[in-house]
Design a protein around this ligand. Structure first.
Ligand code: URA
Length: 213
């Protein structure tokens, strides 16, 4: 598994505003959107392309087009939805599949409560959107779900990651014969006893959409 911590002053600036507890939801949503577009640029570095002969007004040349099958973007509900527009801005022709996963706050185990994805993902590159790589349980379950359906290349885009989450994810994916890359804006210090990333940014879903009771 590869971990790419994107080192760029604009990424750091936007992340700092996101972390600030005084940042309101509209600003949080807008900056998440912008930050994901920056992360998506790095995350799509190895998106598959095919050669494409074209003619410019000056003459013929060969460029590239995105390859088929189209990449699949998979936001993990609910907080991953806040990352979707920022991702689709760079990959507008990708398809979108949805995966609803919930974390039991006591056991910290992840389970699937909803999915809308093709049965067959053979040969598909998948971009999983999950803002917080905390314990790694949700992301590991999502990645296994996709590779069980045939996805052969996975890139997870996370706003933040905890070292424990990265280690657990690596352990959870042990033996998986599919390349997995995590692209994130920062690798934080640790998880606290409630499974929150420290210093983190709090509950990403609540900060994007308010508290759902
Ligand atoms: N999920 C969040 O939204 N925030 C964390 O810090 C950890 C998990």
């Amino acid at each position: 598994m590869r971990v790419n911590v994107v080192n760029h002053p604009l990424v750091s600036h936007k992340l700092t505003v996101l972390r600030d507890e005084h940042t309101d939801s509209p600003t949080f949503r807008r900056l998440t959107d912008e930050l994901v577009t920056l992360l998506a640029y790095e995350a799509t570095r190895e998106v598959r392309v095919d050669p494409k002969p074209i003619t410019t007004p000056v003459g013929p040349t060969t460029g590239v087009y995105l390859a088929q099958p189209k990449p699949m973007v998979v936001p993990i509900l609910r907080a991953g939805l806040g990352m979707l527009d920022g991702m689709m801005r760079l990959l507008p022709t990708a398809e979108v599949g949805f995966l609803g996963m919930v974390r039991n706050e006591e056991t910290l185990e992840a389970s699937t409560y909803a999915e809308r994805l093709p049965e067959d993902l053979s040969g598909r590159q998948c971009y999983v959107l999950d803002p917080m790589l905390a314990t790694g349980g949700t992301l590991a379950a999502a990645i296994k779900f996709l590779t069980d359906r045939g996805a052969d290349d996975i890139t997870a885009i996370c706003l933040l990651a905890a070292p424990e989450g990265v280690a657990n994810l690596e352990k959870g994916l042990d033996g998986l014969d599919v390349p997995v890359t995590v692209v994130t804006a920062a690798l934080d210090q640790k998880l606290n006893e409630k499974g929150y990333i420290v210093p983190g940014l709090g509950d990403a879903g609540d900060r994007l959409y308010g508290v759902a009771h």
